[in-house]
Each structure stands twice: as structure tokens, then as C-alpha cells.
Design a protein. Structure first.
Length: 320
């Protein structure tokens, strides 16, 4: 009980439950303050129809049922084992909402239209089915991010023409929808001793690009499919010496960005068809030139053709 009510996330599954022992987190319970923040953003109404994507333990579905009514909540879970556990727990505790085992990216057409759609998994691309199955004037709330930055909370309002638009807010990091995850892989798997590379130096310290929430959010928008991993010397997180690795797992490109105490120039090595560090540096300069906009100034529009991220107004789309 102490763990359940502590204000911290709890991991409830590893490796999609396959028993491989790789150790990747694949399901969790969010920290209560994050749950409350997302429910406040969703603002479910009594009697309103709600679709939740990502049932997990069922805790959030129970909260939705308390607010909207048990009969008005449908929750979709891709993992059959997790779905069955949640279904049993919700029934046993008096909140027998409709738990559907299936692909959450497709929503749940039989229950549409919904007044609210809430995803408890992060997306890089908002599935149009969520917009299509929401009534005009309804809301879609989801964590949203990029391979480089996970993530911010996206608030969408659905319009009568079948599109949706809204802005980002908040600092929320969630596990990805399974079909939108950037592939897992350790640095040792992607940065090989036999790889050739170019070498240069930079005055840009990783702190400014990685630790600044707004800068890293903007960089992720401009540099797709790039993951970052920080490796400290001697596996000591307190070490002042470390290497930042940038990796594109799809095409095999990588860059290493070496930081050592007492130096104001940092060695950069790059391998593969993409010059990932140069792309990052260009994106960081773009953010500086744009006036260092906060992530709340960015928004996103979803149509049947896809999604577009913009700065300040939909008329100012962000190109990659």
C-alpha cells in the first residue's frame, strides 16, 4: 500500500512479458500527481463517454469510471495478460468498465463517438482513429514525444470537419505505444569498434541541448529518429567525464560527444549516412534563432492525411 500511494511511478512489466530478461520497461503505473494532472486536462464529465488507450492495472480506468460512470468508460489494452488482470481487478473492486483487448491505435469503433479520449501511452504520431472516433468539440489528451524527447502532454480539440488541433504542456514521460517505439538496443550493439568515423570538435556542451527541456523538445522536432544515451565513465553518474551517444537505429548512423573535465572543446565522432551531431547542432541553432521558444508555444494539427507540428500558429509549420 505504501508503494501504491507513494508519488512515484511503479514498473509492472518488463520486456512485454516475454521473459527474455533484457530489462526494458513495458508497462507501469504512473505517479499519482501525473495521473491527476492528465485527468484535469481531460476534464471528463459525468455521463460523458470516455475511451482510454492503455489499461495497465486498471487504476486510471477506475478513476474515469468514478467521474463519468462505469457504463460510459471503455479502455483498450494491447497485452492480453495485462488486460485480463485489469478486467478482473476492476470487476472485483466494483468498477466493471468495458476492457477491450486489442490495438489501441485503432480506438474502439463500436463505442464511438466519444466525448473524451485519453492515452496513457506516449505517441510520436497521433492515430487518426482517435480523432475520427471523437465527437466534435471533444478532447483527445495524450503524452507525445520524439525519439529524442519523451515527452510533453498534447491537448487536442476535435473540430466538426474531422480534424483536431491543440498545444503542448507539461513534462510527462510515458512508455510508447508498442508500434511506435524506437527500436531498443544498447550502445555496444550500435557503436562497433570496426566502424569508421569522422572527427571534429565543438564548443556546444551537451547540457544546453539535452538538459534544457524546451531545447531538447525542439531538437526532437527537427531531427527525427535520433536517440540519445549518456554513458558515464566507470558507470558513475556523478562523474564529470562522460560520452553522449546519438544513434539512428534505422540506418545505423551514430555520433559520440565526449565531455572531459577542464575542457571547453568537446570531441565529436560521427559514423554512417547521417551526420547526427551536425543535425542536432543545426536544430539547436534554429531554436536559438527562433527566440528559445518554450514547448508550450508549439502545437499540432491532426488530419486524415497525418499530423503537422507548428510554432505559435498552424500557419507556421515546423519542418524537419
Amino acid at each position: 500500500m505504501e508503494a501504491c500511494y507513494a508519488d512515484r511511478p511503479l514498473i509492472t512489466q518488463l520486456d512485454d512479458g516475454d521473459g527474455s530478461g533484457r530489462g526494458y520497461f513495458s508497462s507501469s503505473i504512473s505517479m499519482p500527481t501525473t495521473v491527476a494532472m492528465m485527468l484535469a486536462a481531460l476534464d471528463p464529465e459525468s455521463g460523458g463517454r470516455v475511451l482510454e488507450i492503455g489499461t495497465g492495472t486498471g487504476y486510471n480506468a477506475a478513476l474515469l469510471a468514478f467521474r463519468a460512470g462505469t457504463e460510459n468508460v471503455t479502455t483498450v489494452e494491447v497485452d492480453p495478460g495485462i488486460a485480463e488482470q485489469a478486467r478482473a481487478a476492476l470487476k472485483a473492486t466494483g468498477w466493471p468498465v468495458n476492457v477491450v483487448t486489442g490495438d489501441g491505435t485503432k480506438g474502439h469503433p463500436p463505442g464511438a463517438p466519444y466525448d473524451r479520449v485519453l492515452s496513457t501511452a506516449s505517441v510520436q504520431r497521433v492515430p487518426y482513429a482517435w480523432v475520427e472516433q471523437t465527437a466534435p468539440g471533444g478532447r483527445v489528451v495524450t503524452p507525445w514525444g520524439t525519439a529524442f524527447h519523451n515527452g510533453a502532454l498534447l491537448h487536442l480539440r476535435v473540430r466538426a470537419d474531422g480534424t483536431a488541433a491543440g498545444r503542448f504542456s507539461g513534462n510527462v514521460g510515458f512508455m510508447w505505444l508498442r508500434d511506435q517505439r524506437t527500436p531498443h538496443g544498447a550502445v555496444e550493439d550500435r557503436v562497433r569498434p570496426e566502424h569508421d568515423y569522422t572527427e571534429s570538435t565543438t564548443g556546444l556542451h551537451p547540457y544546453y541541448a539535452l538538459s534544457n527541456f524546451d531545447a531538447s523538445f525542439a531538437i526532437g522536432l527537427r531531427v527525427p529518429a535520433m536517440k540519445s544515451v549518456v554513458v558515464f565513465d566507470d558507470d558513475n553518474p556523478g562523474s564529470a567525464a562522460y560520452t553522449v551517444y546519438l544513434m539512428d537505429p534505422y540506418v545505423g548512423s551514430w555520433a559520440s560527444w565526449r565531455v572531459a573535465p577542464g575542457r571547453d572543446a568537446y570531441t565529436v565522432r560521427q559514423h554512417g549516412p547521417r551526420c547526427l551531431f551536425e543535425e542536432l547542432e543545426d536544430a539547436y541553432r534554429w531554436w536559438l534563432d527562433a527566440g528559445e521558444p518554450e514547448h508550450t508555444r508549439f502545437g499540432l494539427t491532426v488530419t486524415s492525411d497525418g499530423q503537422t507540428v507548428w510554432l505559435d500558429t498552424p500557419g507556421a509549420p515546423i519542418g524537419t
